[in-house]
Design a protein around this ligand. Structure first.
Ligand SMILES: Nc1nc2c(ncn2[C@@H]2O[C@H](COP(=O)(O)OP(=O)(O)OP(=O)(O)O)[C@@H](O)[C@H]2O)c(=O)[nH]1
Ligand SMILES: [Mg+2]
Length: 213
């Protein structure tokens, strides 16, 4: 949830890029880092394995200037997409304000896209999001790797991943196409949520009480 420091007049939001392994999440952050003027962004922090896959997360803070008199900063994170880093994903998704789902347009990744979306829902559920709260979490979809000659048809990806018709964008993260637009839409959705009715913070389920023998 957004962190508001009234004394310093600062507001911080957390946006997490999720999606299947090798879908292009880290490439999105690298591209944003390269394109934003240095005074608007911090250092890109990446925690990667030897072969450049995200091990825990990548992190990029960006400033968007003042909103209602508050200095506003977005903290962008990616999660590791590889299936077995489930617990890392869960940790990074704590207190998320908005999600960007980066789907891979390669036909062989269709099931992985779908599984990754299901994995996200499960993490939100475990963190105490009710189905309604989960549905209200600002989300933006990005269909990445549109440069691939055999890219899945856009309609087909939309039907599978985004049946609610939430904001979505085609992208080629390696060239930067669609990367800024995706982020802008996510920031807009997160800010719009803040100015709407504030929903109670999701509560994780209480820990199990040990039974006496
Ligand atoms: N053709 C093509 N390749 C891309 C595109 N975006 C990313 N890639 C490539 O896909 C590979 C994986 O990209 P990453 O950004 O590391 O993917 P990731 O989602 O962060 O992967 P994990 O960290 O393992 O979850 C890299 O070789 C990228 O250069 C794209 O739009 N088109
Ligand atoms: Mg990565």
């Amino acid at each position: 949830m957004a962190l508001i420091n009234h004394r310093a007049r600062e507001i911080h939001f957390k946006i997490v890029y999720v999606g299947p392994g090798l879908g292009g999440k880290t490439t999105n952050l690298q591209c944003l880092h390269d394109r934003l003027p240095p005074e608007r962004r911090g250092r890109l922090l990446t925690l990667s394995t030897d072969n450049e896959r995200t091990l825990f997360f990548d992190f990029l803070p960006i400033d968007i200037g003042q909103v209602n008199g508050f200095n506003t900063r977005f903290h962008l994170y990616t999660v590791p997409g590889q299936v077995y880093y489930r617990l890392s994903r869960r940790a990074v998704l704590q207190s998320v304000d908005g999600v960007v789902f980066v789907a891979d347009s390669h036909p062989s990744r269709e099931q992985a896209n779908f599984d990754s979306l299901r994995d996200l829902e499960e993490h939100l559920r475990v963190q105490g999001f009710s189905p309604e709260q989960s549905a209200r979490l600002p989300r933006v979809f990005q269909y990445n790797k549109r440069d691939l000659p055999a890219a899945l048809p856009l309609d087909r990806m939309r039907r599978l991943l985004n049946p609610r018709g939430l904001p979505d964008f085609e992208a080629v993260a390696t060239t930067g196409h669609g990367v800024n637009e995706t982020l802008r839409a996510s920031c807009k959705a997160v800010l719009a949520r803040l100015s709407g009715p504030v929903a109670p913070r999701p509560q994780p389920p209480p820990p199990a009480i040990p039974q006496r023998a």
